[in-house]
Design a protein around this ligand. Structure first.
Ligand code: PMP
Length: 430
């Protein structure tokens, strides 16, 4: 009882300190709430007592409305891979805009980017969308049209987009597809569900690493077995690589040796411009072949928008090449090991999970293995960690997520480890 009160007192103190330090962000939050529900247009940006407003950034540094500088370890939930100063994607987009603003027809950059995507990620055919959410909606629809079946299997805790959020299983706000919920990393249970629903199962949709649920990587054997089991009953195996395609030269599912039918993409590929894509085998993607009278339609005014296409070409061809991706992923693994070493020095219920440059620090003693265990944590300690790192100039997600961006320096990562150590020391001593 006494410990709980102490923890609550410490959290209250941290919130008061945060409020005192961030007067302008608080003022902006209150005024934003007059025109935006909750003061934002992306729900996850709200956290109590109010979120920071960022006014500028450079390299891997963000500056807030009260003038504080933070090492940006969030990397816009993986979309901000290039950091805040890299001009290459921006210049490519500007050069394209100099030639044509809004084409309203075919232009060469879309097939160039499609070729880069197919070569890089081992796809036969690809289509572009405006977001990862849309890419997953199209992939699920492709599977339903291809199989003539209705149901989609997802994992408990998975996030596939704004209308495909299974953080606590199925929810009324999701797309009205019939959903079957499996348990991540539990192959036997998933296989049993696949067999139970075999005759009406259109697809299994899975993240190779549960991203929003806490950077929980799949056991490679689980992911391979899941895709095989789906295909054995005639369902389409879809890998949601919207976040995890940045891991390793060809994305995480390829690293795990998974043979899937479709994969979906988004986030960093257009260097910060909006982006989404879905692609895979000629057999499944062929249903969209508009030279055939019976094709499935796929529309979208901005699917081939000139800025995203030009920037995407630059990112895949020159910025985040397969070689850069491989080396950067190793850097992430090293940081995660260093974080684990810091945490191991203190008797605190904190652990780190992840793969490559995507990781999360969890307020729980043992590394989570699925959506259920990732959700089972100490919310007060999680918030203390977030506020404690902010106080020390480090910006991560309130839920503990970290995604490295390319310009981050070794010195900055050393500063992060020092800040984490200092936070743990202070907490362990209190
Ligand atoms: N899939 C995964 C695994 C994601 O993490 C996200 C976004 N966080 C999406 C899909 C949706 O992408 P977008 O936000 O571009 O719609």
């Amino acid at each position: 009882m006494a410990t709980a009160l102490t923890a609550n007192d410490a959290l209250t103190k941290a919130r008061i300190d945060y409020t005192d330090r961030n007067v302008e962000s608080r003022r902006l939050h209150l005024s934003a709430r007059k025109v935006l529900p909750g003061g934002n247009t992306r729900t996850l940006f709200y956290h109590p007592p109010f979120p920071l407003t960022f006014v500028s950034g450079h390299d891997s540094v963000l500056v807030d409305a009260d003038g504080h500088e933070y090492i940006d370890l969030l990397g816009d939930y993986t979309a901000g891979l290039l950091g805040h100063s890299d001009r290459r994607a921006r210049d490519a987009a500007m050069a394209a805009l100099d030639v044509n603003m809004s084409v309203g027809g075919i232009h060469p950059a879309e097939q160039q980017l499609a070729r880069l995507m197919c070569e890089r990620f081992d796809l036969d055919l690809v289509r572009f969308t405006n977001s990862g959410s849309e890419a997953n909606l199209m992939a699920m629809t492709a599977a339903r049209m291809y199989t003539g079946r209705a149901k989609i299997m997802v994992m408990y805790g998975a996030y596939h987009g704004g209308l495909m959020y299974f953080g606590a299983g199925p929810a009324a706000w999701n797309v009205p597809f019939p959903i079957v919920v499996g348990r991540f990393n539990d192959l036997d249970a998933c296989k049993a569900l696949i067999d139970e629903h075999a005759s009406d199962l259109a697809a299994v949709l899975v993240e190779p690493l549960l991203g929003s649920a806490g950077c929980v990587p799949a056991d490679p054997a689980f992911l391979r077995g899941l895709a095989d089991a789906a295909q054995a009953v005639g369902a389409v195996a879809i890998m949601d690589e919207v976040m995890s395609s940045r891991l390793g030269p060809k994305g995480l599912s390829e690293q795990f040796g998974v043979e899937s039918d479709l994969k979906t993409y988004g986030k960093y590929i257009a260097g910060g411009f909006s982006f989404g894509a879905f692609g895979g085998t000629a057999e499944v993607m062929g249903i969209f072949d508009s030279t055939h009278a019976s094709h499935v339609p796929h529309a979208g005014t901005f699917n081939n928008n000139i800025t995203s296409m030009a920037a995407g070409n630059e990112v895949l061809a020159n910025v985040y090449t397969a070689e850069v991706a491989a080396a950067f992923t190793d850097r992430g693994d090293e940081l995660r090991e260093n974080i684990a070493q810091v945490l191991a020095r203190y008797p605190l219920a904190l652990c780190v999970s992840g793969s490559g440059t995507m990781m999360a620090i969890h307020a729980r003693a043992r590394r989570p293995t699925d959506g259920e265990s990732a959700a089972d944590k100490d919310p007060a300690l999680q918030e203390m960690l977030f506020l404690g790192l902010l106080r020390r100039g480090i910006y991560i997600a309130p839920r503990g997520m970290i995604n490295l961006s390319l310009p981050v320096t070794d010195d900055q990562l050393a500063t992060v480890l020092g800040a984490l150590d200092d936070f743990c020391q202070e907490l362990a001593a209190s």
